[in-house]
Design a protein around this ligand. Structure first.
Ligand SMILES: NC(=O)c1ccc[n+]([C@@H]2O[C@H](COP(=O)([O-])OP(=O)(O)OC[C@H]3O[C@@H](n4cnc5c(N)ncnc54)[C@H](OP(=O)(O)O)[C@@H]3O)[C@@H](O)[C@H]2O)c1
Length: 318
């Protein structure tokens, strides 16, 4: 075993994002799994639950104190919203130097934490060892709006459709395949957490209407932007190409992307750029895999930077 590798633990490792993180870490040259915590799967072999995982590592059920006792350089919290605090408090007290990355919304509005959407915020990282990973929809919305932020005449309106893995594993209507069959389920049509998050981090109000669809993974956000002046399509596209030039995980397309083409892939796609006849309204479509660029892959980008390796380390590009 390479002892130079950072030791990393996952709390909430049974979940959809936890599983993706296990896969990414298993193939990462600078990380090794120190522990994976799940109450439900405690004692069971990871290899029996995560396809392609090799080794004898078993899940353990660790409470906050138990996590703080582990010898880990990095801890990822992949828990439902509202559950992170006890773990953060225990780690702050016992292991303040441990890098903590939280996937939930719990610290996305906390100034003491770095909000890690690398393509838009990497120059704001000041060595913080507390990183809040953005929401999946919030990532797509911000990537869609940021290059035109200075030209908005009104709040952008985002229509979102996600696969049901976005609703986690706790049973609800939003992840019930029977209720989703032949269906599109609207929810939280004003005031969704990701509406607040995108508005806060872009610094402009954003309006967001989410829906859940019968597919499992991948989301689409179609954004309508009213512009303060007439624009040409080429000018809009040029802004996006310039903003994401050199970014491995954001692809700017001419046509509107399809969610089926981005599932299981690590990058976001942005395209469409359809203007109204007067040139003062543009519609932009973004897709990404909510479990990858919307969660686990973005977490890897953030962790890589914080441990001092290239941001793309361990992120396989197809
Ligand atoms: N799914 C997505 O597309 C997505 C995208 C971006 C961000 N996120 C965020 O990432 C976090 C994890 O999402 P997910 O979809 O992976 O959730 P999930 O599939 O529901 O998994 C949640 C995990 O947390 C554990 N858990 C649940 N309640 C707990 C508690 N009270 N104490 C300790 N452990 C508990 C569960 O395992 P045990 O019950 O076995 O312990 C499970 O491993 C959420 O905050 C979510 O908002 C999700």
């Amino acid at each position: 075993m390479n002892t130079d590798r950072k030791r990393i633990g996952i709390v909430g490792a049974r979940g959809h994002t936890g599983m993706e993180l296990i896969r990414l870490i298993a193939g990462h040259p600078a990380l090794q799994l120190a522990f994976v915590s799940s109450r439900e799967l405690a004692g069971q072999r990871v290899a029996d639950h995560v396809e392609g995982f090799r080794g004898e590592l078993c899940y353990a059920s660790l409470d906050a104190a138990g996590v703080a006792e582990q010898d880990a350089d990095v801890v990822i919290l992949a828990l439902p919203n509202g559950k992170a605090e006890a773990y953060v408090t225990a780690l702050d007290a016992a292991r303040p130097d441990t890098l903590v990355l939280d996937l939930s919304a719990d610290y996305r509005f906390d100034e003491r934490w770095y909000y890690g959407l690398p393509e838009l915020t990497r120059n704001k990282w000041r060595g913080q060892q507390r990183i809040s990973n953005p929401g999946c929809y919030a990532t797509a919305m911000q990537l869609s709006i940021a290059p035109l932020k200075d030209l908005l005449a009104a709040p952008p309106v985002c229509f979102g459709v996600s696969g049901y893995s976005g609703a986690g594993t706790t049973p609800s209507d939003k992840n019930d395949p029977e209720k989703l069959r032949d269906n599109l389920m609207p929810y939280a049509l004003t005031g969704h957490m990701h509406e607040k998050e995108a508005s806060r981090h872009l610094g402009v109000p954003v309006e967001f209407m989410p829906h859940v669809a019968p597919h499992f993974r991948g989301l689409t956000v179609t954004t309508n932007l009213y512009l303060a002046r007439k624009m040409m399509r080429e000018e809009v596209i040029a802004r996006f190409r310039h903003a994401y030039e050199g970014e491995s995980l954001v692809t700017v397309l001419d046509e509107a992307p399809w969610v089926s083409r981005v599932a299981h892939r690590h990058h976001a796609e942005i395209g469409g750029f359809v203007l109204s006849a007067d040139g003062k309204r543009v519609v932009i479509v973004a897709t990404l895999d909510n479990l990858l660029k919307g969660a686990a892959t973005q977490a890897m980008q953030n962790i890589n930077r914080a441990i001092g390796v290239d941001e793309m380390t361990g992120i396989p590009l197809l």
